[in-house]
Design a protein around this ligand. Sequence first.
Ligand SMILES: Cc1cc2nc3c(=O)[nH]c(=O)nc-3n(C[C@H](O)[C@H](O)[C@H](O)COP(=O)(O)OP(=O)(O)OC[C@H]3O[C@@H](n4cnc5c(N)ncnc54)[C@H](O)[C@@H]3O)c2cc1C
Length: 522
Amino acid sequence: MQHDIILQTDPRTAGEPRELRKRIAKELKIHPEEINDYRIWKRSVDARGSKVKINLSIKIATGDDYRLPTLFSPKEFHSLDSTAPSMIIVGAGPAGLFAALKCIDSGIRPILLERGKDVDSRRKDIADISRKKEINPASNYCYGEGGAGAFSDGKLYTRSKKRGDNEEVLQLLVQFGASPDILVDAHPHIGSDRLPRIIKAIREEIISCGGKVLFSTKAEKIIFEKGCAVGVIDSDGNEYRGAVMLANGHSARDFIKRIYSQGVKMEAKGIAIGVRLEHPQQLIDSIQYHNPSGRGKYLPAAEYSFVTQSGGRGVYSFCMCPGGVIVPAGSGEGELVVNGMSASARAGDKSNSGMVVEIHPEDFPEYAEKGELALLTFQENLEKDFFEKSGGSINAPAQRMVDFIEGRKSVSLPKTSYAPGIHSDDFSSLLPPFISERLKDGFRQFGKKRKGFLTNDAILVGLESRTSSPVRLPRDRDTYEHVEIENLYPVGEGAGYAGGIVSAAIDGMNAVKAYKKKLENI
Ligand SMILES: Cc1cc2nc3c(=O)[nH]c(=O)nc-3n(C[C@H](O)[C@H](O)[C@H](O)COP(=O)(O)OP(=O)(O)OC[C@H]3O[C@@H](n4cnc5c(N)ncnc54)[C@H](O)[C@@H]3O)c2cc1C
């Protein structure tokens, strides 16, 4: 017989299989040995009360039943036939890679053009950024196979309510090497140490089925015929013909400007800007788990999430990385950008998160003459300004949290996880007051919500500026085609339709589904 139960246990019971078996047996009023098999189906940590609980949804087999349903079902990809129509995909980030898989599944040949290098070569270039304190504009945290998702934190939550779509992405990630735990955990996480292997396996599948993945191939412009997108020209003048998908991410400002000058309609979109905030992980564990001695053996490194309003704009935490590190995430020379990531074990002694203030195009009237590119220009200028004010270096400005609120530079700074190094500065003068004053207000409010959070043991490191795209390429809701250009499919974060790995992947796949529908109706 199969049983489905929901249990709430203490962390130790959930973490010790023998204890859990006893607890399940008690719940079912049977002897532990009568359990043939059990499978945790969903798992979440509930730290709201004074005692932390683990919520488990479990399937159990007893009596004549020995087999339980499997969480994971692999998909078969077949080789494309020689008549398959082509789709030229600009960018091999999550949107482009998952779109390419969906192409194969739909009988369409994906030709992926990626300006950066393959994920293995990227690893070395990324290590070099911290060592040499220089960004390689051809290969960095944003450019290269896997896009910004490859050396990201690998959190897989999305606000998308379409469970089926999320599930498809998670299932594919497991198929290409992620732990099946991501199908179980309420807050699934892969980690920057495991993502590259998965990305490489996806590429190998795409190629083995007849798709193409071209590295160091920078799309330069779109080829138009009679107002319709029919292909792409790369920076060496090579032409690629087919329907065009733009999955270029939000860092490729040069490409965004280039296609804007070709007449591709876009709209200015709000973004959020601020800093990375780094605390000792032990402190976050003790605050979130209400235990001065920390998280103990059975709980994961604690997370937090804050959101509030200040002066009519949202102030919120973003992309929290427990046990993680702050990384230099710029994509070009002369810009200072930070972000965060963590390895699968989340075992580092620091936690960091983006702490950002929402801004709208109308908040910066001085950029109004830039039209649709107003916030893109503002973002670019601020990143350059941070770089220049740091002595022309990616050694980042930092300030203790209370010092920031009280408006003084820090006399000393604690050790940080940001490898290129930090120096003391005052974010009140580095950031526009519109942002710095709201951040201060937000920090005060968060400090009231969680005792101990507002502390001089935490530091701000800046600039956190790549939270989302400063432009949106308008497209039809059903066909996913650009509203003015037939056969042009803007997708993912760069086009303004995604805010993370899973949502970008879903968006890329959905656009291919729409393109397939179009082909079927021709
Ligand atoms: C350090 C870090 C940590 C992050 N952590 C998380 C996380 O934990 N969870 C999460 O959901 N999200 C996270 N993100 C964000 C996430 O990575 C992005 O939302 C996601 O990668 C967007 O996917 P995308 O495919 O739309 O664009 P991207 O991943 O940006 O990919 C775009 C690709 O296009 C290529 N490209 C650009 N222009 C051209 C051109 N002209 N020709 C050819 N190729 C081009 C780029 O090189 C890049 O590879 C993180 C990002 C960073 C940088």
